[in-house]
Structures are given as structure tokens and as C-alpha cells.
Write a protein that binds this ligand. Structure first.
Ligand SMILES: *Cc1c(COP(=O)(O)O)cnc(C)c1O
Length: 389
């Protein structure tokens, strides 16, 4: 036997990690013991949780757990959807999603990340061009790269610049515009009405990722497209069950032909095992709650407006946030980490967001609100931030 221990081709990893560590950029996992929205236990310490995407407090709702337990008839799906993994509960959830979103059809993915990469790569390829907002989610960027289409990143929310760029792209076979509706780190919103107009004038497809808006915005909770009345101008809508809906999984809604095409061409759909049918049962229960309890989203958005106004009055910079995601833009990464640590010491979990998640010099504390918080928790956060200012 040769001696395999004499050289270590992975030595570069240790060097790279220690470089990250020196710059204060190495990330470490915390272990969540219990709790969810509202109060969470991290590494054995109970904290008020401003760091989850459980916007409506549904991740720990008993009705989702009950739906899972009641539906359990074995666990695994055994195969990808096209082979034999697509269960009656998946079909029912897709029907319910299409009904909820007011579209012809819906398609489930194991995650929102998979839905985004799969869909972009199925819609465009070599000879096509895709336009992506510079602050789009990583999964949209990865989808662009995977597609092998030409990629043009346009300045954040700059629909006029996009209009000029796409005006020079008439020779491409297909044009696709992709954007988050609510941006994950800044909590601001895309100019969807203007983007739909650009798409219409330039014969482009428009794809909107509603990950942070599903369940939160719009009069029936479909998202920002519903809120802005622009659903008919958006050809591909992506949502997730993983955030406000308290479960896991992504979905795409649109026309029958869009969904049929994805079933035939979306590789993460075709070559990956379907999620357990019980996960779909939780999704159905979540849609019932979204329909029956609109006060959750109303209260959440009301609370977010109050927090933004109060923090701004205290002199903190919340950027362009107009949603339940309220960043405090600090700038310097080290100061942001120190603030986050001080807050944690005082019993508040508010993650520090640093490069490469945000550009250099734009480090922030990301406060993510939930219906599950109570008024005292918000008041004590404000008090603490007043003291730290
Ligand atoms: C979280 C997120 C996703 C991924 O969704 P998952 O279901 O968590 O995989 C996609 N897009 C945006 C904008 C997100 O914030």
C-alpha cells in the first residue's frame, strides 16, 4: 500500500480558513435547542429571536405538526417526482398553491434555492441573455451562471439602466429579467410595476422571487406582485414554504405550459428525490392559516413600520427598508459584530451581516420581525438600541 499520509491536498483549506478567521469573517454554527419565532434557544442561551424568517410565527404552530403527524404513512418519497415520488399530498398542495396564487398551475421543489436555479436554467441557455438585479439572492445568481446564458447584472432597482441595457439586447434569442420582490438583506422592494413595463416593451420574460413576501404582502398574502397589482405582467413567480409559511420547500407558479416545461427540463426537479409527502401536508395546513388569519400579516407590517420609525428617530440608519426586514446599517464589519455580541449578551439575537453577504463597508444588523414577538419584546429591543446608540 502506498503511504497516503505524506501529502495533504486539502491543506489549502486550513490556510484559507485561518485567513477568514484573521479578517473576522469566519462563520460558525450555533445549535438551536428549542423555540422558534419570538424566543429561541441558541447554544444553551435563551434569546429574543430577531434572526429567523419565521415571519408569521408558523414554524412552531401546532397545526403544522399535527398535519404532519396525521398524514404520516411512512416517511421517504423513494424517488424523484417523475419516477414515483410524486404523492397525492404533493398534488393537492400544488393544486392549492395554484388556487392561492390565482395561476393555472404550480410546481413544488425541495427548496426555494432549487426552484430558482432550476427555473432560470430551464428558461434560458446559450444564445440568450438574463438581466439580474445586483442585490438578488445567491440562488438567482447561481441559476444565471448555471444557465450558460449571457448574464448582465444591473444596479440595484435601477429600471432605467435596465431599460437601456435590454434595449441593446434585441439580437438575443430570449431575454429574461429576474428579481427578488423583497431583498433579503435591505428589506427594500423591487420596482415591479416599472420592471413589468420594461419586460413588456422589450418582449422579455419577467421572473419574480417572492421568498420574503409570500404570506406577508398582498391582500390575500400572495406577495408583492399582488400588492402592486402587477401579477399579469409577471410571467414566472417563485415562492417558498420555508419562510412565512413555517415549513420547507420552494414553488413556481404560472401557466400550464410553464409548469409542463419545468417538469421536463428543470434538472433539480428531475434528478432529485421528492420531499416527504408529510412536508406537503404541512404546506397545506400553512395555506389554510394564511387564508384564515390575515391579522398575522397585518400586525407584522404594522409593527415593522413602528420599529423603523422609532429606530430612525433614534438616529439609526434603516436604509430603504419598507418591510418586516429592518436592517441597521452600521458599515464597519467589526463594529457590527461587536454590536451583535453586545445585543446577544443582553438577550437579543440579531445577526451581524458582513461581507461577502453584503458589499464591503455595508455591514449591518439584520432585524427580522415576526408576528410571534410580543409588544414587550419589541419595546425592550428599542430600549436596548437606544442605549447602544
Ligand atoms: C431564502 C431565499 C431563497 C431560498 O429559499 P429556501 O426555500 O430557503 O431554499 C430564495 N430566494 C430568496 C430571495 C431568499 O431569501
Amino acid at each position: 500500500m502506498p503511504n497516503y499520509t505524506t501529502h495533504n491536498p486539502l491543506a489549502w483549506i486550513e490556510e484559507s480558513l485561518s485567513e477568514l478567521n484573521k479578517k473576522g469573517l469566519q462563520r460558525k454554527l450555533s445549535v438551536r435547542g428549542g423555540g422558534q419565532a419570538g424566543q429561541i434557544e441558541l447554544d444553551g442561551k435563551s434569546l429574543v429571536n430577531f434572526g429567523s424568517n419565521d415571519y408569521l410565527g408558523m414554524a412552531s404552530d401546532q397545526r403544522l405538526s399535527d398535519a404532519v403527524v396525521e398524514s404520516l404513512a411512512g416517511w421517504g418519497s423513494g424517488a424523484s417526482p417523475l419516477i414515483s415520488g410524486h404523492a397525492a399530498a404533493h398534488q393537492e398542495l400544488e393544486n392549492r398553491l395554484a388556487q392561492f396564487e390565482g395561476t393555472e398551475a404550480a410546481l413544488l421543489f425541495t427548496s426555494g434555492f432549487a426552484a430558482n436555479t432550476a427555473t432560470i436554467a430551464a428558461l434560458v441557455g446559450p444564445g440568450d441573455v438574463v438581466f439580474t438585479d445586483r442585490k438578488n439572492h445567491a440562488s438567482l445568481f447561481d441559476g444565471c451562471r448555471l444557465s450558460r446564458a449571457d448574464v448582465r447584472a444591473y444596479p440595484h432597482c435601477d429600471h432605467q439602466k435596465l431599460d437601456r441595457l435590454i434595449g441593446r439586447a434585441a439580437d438575443y434569442r430570449r431575454r429574461l429579467i429576474v428579481t427578488d420582490s423583497i431583498f433579503s438583506m435591505d428589506g427594500d422592494t423591487a420596482p415591479l410595476v416599472e420592471l413589468a413595463d420594461v419586460a413588456r416593451r422589450h418582449d422579455a420574460m419577467l421572473m419574480v422571487d417572492e421568498a420574503h413576501a409570500t404570506g406577508v404582502f398582498g391582500s390575500s398574502g400572495r406577495g408583492l406582485c399582488e400588492q402592486l397589482g402587477v401579477e399579469d405582467g409577471v410571467h414566472i413567480r417563485v415562492g417558498t414554504l420555508s419562510k412565512a409559511l413555517g415549513s420547507v420547500g420552494g414553488f413556481v407558479v404560472g401557466s400550464h405550459s410553464l409548469v409542463d416545461w419545468l417538469v421536463n427540463r428543470a434538472r433539480p426537479y428531475i434528478y432529485s428525490t421528492a420531499s416527504p409527502a408529510a412536508v406537503a401536508a404541512a404546506g397545506i395546513a400553512a395555506l389554510d392559516i394564511i387564508r384564515d388569519e390575515p391579522h398575522r400579516r397585518e400586525k407584522l407590517l404594522h409593527r415593522a413600520a413602528h420599529l423603523r420609525d422609532t429606530l430612525t428617530a433614534l438616529g439609526w440608519n434603516t436604509g430603504n427598508s419598507t418591510t418586516q426586514i429592518v436592517p441597521i446599517i452600521v458599515g464597519d464589519a467589526e463594529r457590527t459584530v461587536t454590536l451583535s455580541a453586545n445585543l446577544r449578551q443582553a438577550g437579543f439575537f440579531i445577526p451581524a451581516i458582513r461581507p461577502p453577504t453584503v458589499p464591503d463597508g455595508e455591514a449591518c444588523l439584520r432585524i427580522s420581525l415576526s408576528f410571534a414577538h410580543n409588544d414587550e419584546q419589541i419595546a425592550s429591543l428599542i430600549e436596548m438600541l437606544e442605549r447602544l446608540q
